[in-house]
Write a protein that binds this ligand. Structure first.
Ligand SMILES: CCN[C@H]1CN(CCOCC)S(=O)(=O)c2sc(S(N)(=O)=O)cc21
Ligand SMILES: [Zn+2]
Length: 262
């Protein structure tokens, strides 16, 4: 399997052939069983402090589109919740499905959301690089936000950039002055558990923080996601669209999910 993707021949069912961690002890995503989540009153609130000037570019990364940030200093960080110290913002991206009925990676009581936003941060207090952090159990912190479909009339800034990206010859474009906290819901209550990257190499280095409240997107915005070109499902001569990029839920294997709320 020379490259991985989400088709039958190179998707999650066969990732273990090249990435044995796929069958590891702390894989993500998972189904959050709310009644089994343990309320932990000692969990402080999540605190994000993002500097809009730290955004660098938006790119088509072949499996999704990614908005990347300057993580050379503590300009944009997340603190609190289950985290010890501050974690530096590195990028955010989305996962979605072939239709509006499913496509998020995590589930809540078996319920599917149509898409999921992942805001990726790394522990720059403890590790000297993102790559080093990604090899350690407390190296990364990913803030996961569910998306629900509401037909909105306002065109979100991200849609404008997506349209721009869709028709750009290259695979990336510059992106300035964007504060991802505008993508967060008002309520910051969350579940948290120890997990992994949801894409190869599936490193078990992520502290997951999943917000309970979803954000709203329009069905049209999701269809724009699906019309991005992907070069991994077929050969370069016949690029096709990114119709889906979500991994199925994985076994909990004894892990505990904590909740910041009753
Ligand atoms: C578009 C996906 N990008 C990848 C890029 N990185 C992984 C490769 O790095 C290795 C040092 S990442 O660690 O930034 C990361 S976290 C997630 S997820 N879905 O688990 O939130 C995906 C990705
Ligand atoms: Zn992701």
């Amino acid at each position: 399997m020379d490259n991985w993707g989400y088709a039958d021949h190179n998707g999650p069912k066969v990732w273990h052939e090249l990435f044995p961690l796929a069958n590891g002890e702390r894989q993500s995503p998972i189904d959050i069983v709310t009644k089994a989540a343990i309320y932990d009153p000692s969990l402080p609130p999540i605190n994000v402090d993002y500097d809009p000037s730290s955004v660098k570019l938006i790119m088509n990364s072949g499996h999704t589109f990614t908005v990347e940030f300057d993580d050379g200093e503590d300009k944009s960080v997340i603190r609190g919740g289950p985290l010890h110290g501050s974690y530096r913002l590195q990028q955010f991206h989305f996962h979605w499905g072939p239709c509006d009925d499913y496509g998020a990676e995590h589930k809540v009581d078996g319920r599917d959301y149509p898409a999921e936003l992942h805001i990726v941060h790394w522990n720059a207090e403890k590790f000297s690089s993102f790559v080093e952090a990604a090899q350690n159990p407390d190296g990364l912190a990913v803030l996961g936000i569910f998306l629900k479909v509401r037909n909105l009339i306002r065109i979100h800034l991200l849609s404008i950039c997506l349209i721009f990206l869709l028709y750009q010859d290259g695979k990336q474009s510059s992106f300035t002055n964007f504060d991802p906290s505008c993508l967060l819901p008002d309520c910051k209550e969350f579940w948290t558990y120890p997990g992994s990257l949801t894409i190869p190499p599936l490193l078990e280095s992520v502290i997951w923080i999943l917000l309970k409240e979803p954000i709203a997107v329009s069905s049209r915005q999701l269809s724009q996601f699906r019309s991005l070109f992907s070069t991994t499902e077929t050969d370069e001569s016949k690029p096709c669209c990114m119709e889906k990029n979500h991994r199925p839920v994985q076994p909990l294997k004894g892990r505990k999910v904590r909740a910041s709320f009753l």
